[in-house]
Each structure stands twice: as C-alpha cells, then as structure tokens.
Design a protein around this ligand. Sequence first.
Ligand code: PAN
Ligand code: ZN
Length: 182
Amino acid sequence: MLSNYIDLEKGILENYTENVIRRASDMLNFYQDNEALEKMIKNGNPTIYEVYAVTHEGGGELSYAITILHPGKVGNEYFMTKGHYHEKRDRGELYIGLKGNGLLLMQKGEEIRWIEMERGKIVYVPPYFAHRSINTGNGNFVFLAIYPGDAGHDYGSIAEKGFAKIVIEENGNYAVKDNPRW
Ligand code: PAN
Ligand code: ZN
C-alpha cells in the first residue's frame, strides 16, 4: 500500500494491518500504585491506549503506527505506554505529535531525557534509546510513529524495572520524579 489516510481530528488510521488495545489489566506492575490499578480493573477495566499500525517487516522498509493514549491517572501517575527498546537496538524512530499533550521519555543506560509533545512537533528517538509516551493532558494524546520495518519491540527489561523516571501529577501540573523501584 503506497498511500493511506489519517483522520487528524480523531487520530484514526485507515487500512491498518495490525492493532493493539491495552487496557488497565494489561498494565499490571507498570504503575507504582498497584491498588489503584486493581480498583480500576474492577471498575470497568478502561482502555489506556490503542495502537493502529501499517507494518512492512523487511530490513530497509518502514512501518508506521498511530497511538491514541487516553487521558487519566493510576494513583497520581499519568496514563502511559508500556515502553520498549527495539529488538534491533540500533534502530531509531520518528515521533510526530498530532493531538493533545504528552511527554516522550527516552533512556539509554543511565542517560534519560524527556521531551514535551504536542501537535506538529517532531521528535527523533535515536538508536539504542528505550522510549515511552505519557499523556499529561486532559484529552486524548495522539501521535504518529515511523520506524524501520525490522526494528521489533522488546518489552522485557522495561516491564521488569521501568524507566529511571516516573511522571506524576503535582498541583495540577506534571512532575518528573525518580522511580523508587529503579
Ligand atoms: C510506537 C509504540 C506505541 C505503543 O508505535 O509501539 O506507541 O507503545 P508500546 O509499544 O511501548 O506499548 C513505537 O514506538 N513503535 O516502535
Ligand atoms: Zn519504538
């Protein structure tokens, strides 16, 4: 497929070839406040984020995906994606903000960066950096990601330890804090 459409208002990608819906129950142990997460699971198990992708898996090819990250918090921690390294660590990625507000958290060894995302902003995720998105706004945070077809997703080490920083709400704003489990 050589061309496609995104509905920029709703963040809906046409003709996607893969999609993933992550609910609260898919995020066990990702947040500090497990009790708050369990309560949320019992109270309807809301969707945290949705991904719609067009994939081309060969080396040298490019895949792309829209993520719709819903607004909300688990305890005082904002809704976020699981986060991953690329299986092939030397594969970079481009993120383009389409709607809403968020942060892109990136980490390579002890080096950690976070960049605010908004409509029209392009962020480069260099090779070797794990990356996670966080919705710090009140509405959906929607972005487009473009990545090498053979990058792959490695969730293992992030699922175990998380990132060195967490993003919480403090006095109505976001605050980036040290992860106590790190
Ligand atoms: C993105 C992410 C997407 C969902 O398309 O895969 O935002 O985040 P998780 O994969 O961490 O659950 C990307 O970075 N692709 O490489
Ligand atoms: Zn990625």
